[in-house]
Design a protein around this ligand. Sequence first.
Ligand SMILES: *Cc1c(COP(=O)(O)O)cnc(C)c1O
Length: 490
Amino acid sequence: MATPPGNTRTPLDWCPCVSTASDRPAVPAWLAAPDDANALVPIVWPEGAERDQDGVLRVGGLAADDLAARFGTPLYVLDEDGVRARAREVLAAFRDAASRHGGTARVYYAGKAFLSSEVVRWVSAEGLGVDVASGGELAVALAAGADPARLGLHGNNKLLPEIAQAVGAGVGSIVVDSRVEIERVAEAAAAAGRVQTVLVRVNSGVHAETHDFLATAHEDQKFGFAMTDAAAAVTRIRELPSLRFAGLHCHIGSQIFGTAGFAESAARVVELHADLLAGGEVPLLNLGGGFGIAYTAADDPTPIAHLAEGIVAAVARECASRGIPLPELAFEPGRAVVGRAGITLYRVGTVKPVRVSDDLERLYVSVDGGMSDNARPALYGADYSARIASRRSDAAAALARVVGRHCESGDIVVDAEYLPGDIEPGDLLAVAATGAYCFSLASNYNYVPRPPVVAVAGGEARLIVRGETVDDLLSRDVGIVRPGTSEESA
Ligand SMILES: *Cc1c(COP(=O)(O)O)cnc(C)c1O
């Protein structure tokens, strides 16, 4: 199938590694100077985020300056009510859409977006299952008390101990990704005396990102079975008494706006699903996640209810045209559940005007974090929005770039934003929509300890993940003798 009309991107354009900030225009075309550089664009900031009479940003009923004083900076702040509300909204959207078409749907939260025991408890209480992609993520979900039957395990190279751990725990489904993995899961299940439910991940050839999608016959990537190989994989699973085949799984990308890519992928996968019915039952179809959110005022994400209806309608249409029943549907949102509910608070350390060209000056605003707590700008060229959190300012808006403190010129937190021109050292800066893929992608680059996570709700703040200390980092270096350890007394 050809790419849709208007899609003029080449495959290289899809590679995040080429869209570094240096390839971009000095001021991105989408960025408009705001009338008020204090304004909080509603879809970007957590629900209910506001400025109090003093101009201080409040999230979950808590003032940013109080949070910073109590927990330090950088600080991840997660709005519990926001996570829970989005979890409910996504579940209702897919359930309602499925029910309008005579079917049912379940929703798994994709834990890799942000995983901690508290978040597992929140989304579980709201009726979502949880997807994990490693033994570590599985351990967090189990330690949080998640029902193993409502967990799914993903990954293109699950380690043997991870497979054994998942089978032993009674994980509801394992999404198999290769021929050899079918045998590995079957062996682990046989050894445990269990029958393990599995799904088969297929590569539909549709890869979507933000506004466009690319559809090819063969996609050059590591995940899943080619569409042409999937039927043989399912035949093999059906031969193995320790496995139960539940259906196909497909995930086409992340931060997707619009339903077209999902609909195209669903059409391809339903065709295969229909063929598989000839060999036995196929109760489930899992269409993955990837639902986009707003990072800047220029983003206009498709409302989740609209996406859900578009996707489910496309599947229902394909099923009807083939005369097959609508299977139970499953979805795996990550970003759409946690992304908007998180902000990061930083302390401004230096402000440096840099002349970019004869008629353009940019303020480089250095904060006390950076690519170690938010890798997405460096990794994907991702855009973010920022505001001074500790005060309101009447100064004219100035073009700014928020940068971190790491030894990398690509260490950018917000590539382009208008901030009050009087921003100065000591100001608190808030970056919006950092709930997904920031904490989970954090590193210790430059031996910087990873920040704590605080949950806010109803005017209460609770530490849910403590920050790392330099001692935590030193403790891994076995060549360092620390006071009070056995190495010292030895
Ligand atoms: C990453 C991932 C998701 C979640 O993606 P979001 O863009 O966060 O919704 C869902 N399913 C699979 C298989 C994934 O790899």
